[in-house]
Write a protein that binds this ligand. Sequence first.
Ligand code: NAD
Ligand code: ZN
Ligand code: ZN
Length: 368
Amino acid sequence: MSLIIKAAIAWAPERPFTIETCELADPGPGEALVRIAACGICHTDLAVKQQHVPIPLPMVLGHEGAGVIERLGPDMDGFAIGDHVVLSFAACGACPDCHDGHPAFCDQFLPLNLAGAREGGSGITHGGAPLNGHFFAQSAFASHALAARSNMVKVDKDLPLALLAPLGCGIQTGMGTVLNSLRPAAGESLAVFGAGSVGLAGVIAGVIAGCSSIIAVDVKPERLALARAVGATHVVDGARGDAVEAIRAVTGGRGAHCSFDTTGVPPVAAQAFRCLRKRGRSAYVAAPPAGTVYGVDAYDLLNSGGSIRGVIEGDAVPAEFIPEMVAHFRAGRLPLEKLVSPYPFARINDAVRDTESGAALKAVLVME
Ligand SMILES: NC(=O)c1ccc[n+]([C@@H]2O[C@H](COP(=O)([O-])OP(=O)(O)OC[C@H]3O[C@@H](n4cnc5c(N)ncnc54)[C@H](O)[C@@H]3O)[C@@H](O)[C@H]2O)c1
Ligand SMILES: [Zn+2]
Ligand SMILES: [Zn+2]
C-alpha cells in the first residue's frame, strides 16, 4: 500500500524546488520506509539540480537524511519500527572494495547513489507519473523516504536528528578524510583549505587526532573565525598573501605533515600539495566541474616523496564511522551546533540560496 508523502521536486536548474504531494511505494526486500525528521543540504544536491551532474530531472534529491523507521520490508533483521536512523551512502557489499572495507569505492557507487538505482524504479510518483529519486538510496528532501539496509545506521533515540543528519555525507567526508585517510599522528600538523562544513569537520578531526598545528585557509573572514572556534590553531586568509609561505612559517619552515583541499579550486589544490613537508600526505574531496585539472610539478612530486589521494565519503564504513562520530558529539568533541543552520522544510529555497551564497555553512531542513 503506497503512502501519500510531501517531497521537494527539483524540476530544472533555474526553477525553484516546489514541495508537492507524491506517492511512495512500500519498502521492498532490504528496505525500510523512514519518516524523515531532517535532511542536510550538500553541494552535490545542488550540482545535480544545476545539472553539472547530468541525472535526468524532475527528481527528488537529498542525501543527508535522518529519521524514524515507520515500515520494514522483508530481510530487515536487526532493524525495528521506531528505530532512529541516520542515512548515508549505499554500497553493493559484494565487490572487492566493499569486501576490503572501502564501500565508498564500491563498483556500484555511481549507479546506487547518484543515479539512485533501485529495483522497480525510485518508488516515487507524482500525479501517477514516476519521478527520478532514490538519490543515495534515500531522496530525503521529503517527509518520507525508502532507504536501503546498506545506508541506514541506527542511533540512540535521545539524540537530536537535526544535528545528526549531516553525519551521513558532509561531516563524514571531512572527519573521515582526516581520521581514515590522512591519519595524522598526535603532534603532526594539518593544513585545511576551505573552511566550509567539510573543511571544518576536518579541523575538528585534527583536534581529535591530537594535531599540534591545524591551519585553516579560506577567503571569508567569518569562516576563518569559525575555524578558530572549532579548534584551528592558525588561520590564513588565502586572498591576502601566500598560504604556502604562511603554512611553512608556522611549521618550522618544513611544511605540514598533512593537507586537505575542500575547495576544488586548481591553484588552491596545488597549494595543498606544495605546503607539505617531505613525505607529506594530501587529500582532495571537492567536486569541481567535470574536466577540472589539478597541477603538480613533476620534480616537486618526485623530490618530496609526497602523496596525493582522492577521497569519497571519508573512505568510511558508515555503520562503524557514524557511531564513532556520534560518540565524539556526545563527548563534546564534535560541536555540530556550531556548524548547522536549521530551516523549516517549507523554506527549502531560502536554505538553498544561503548554501549557495555561503550565508549558511550547513543548512539542515527540518521536516517536523
Ligand atoms: N568527496 C566527497 O565524498 C564529498 C562529499 C561531500 C561534499 N563534497 C564536496 O566537498 C566540497 C566542500 O564542501 P563544503 O560543504 O565544505 O563546501 P563549502 O562551499 O561550504 O566550502 C568551501 C570553502 O572553500 C572556500 N574557498 C573558496 N575558494 C577559495 C580559495 N580560493 N581559497 C581558499 N578558500 C576558498 C569557501 O569560502 C568555502 O568556505 C564541495 O565541492 C562538495 O561538493 C565531496
Ligand atoms: Zn553529499
Ligand atoms: Zn561494492
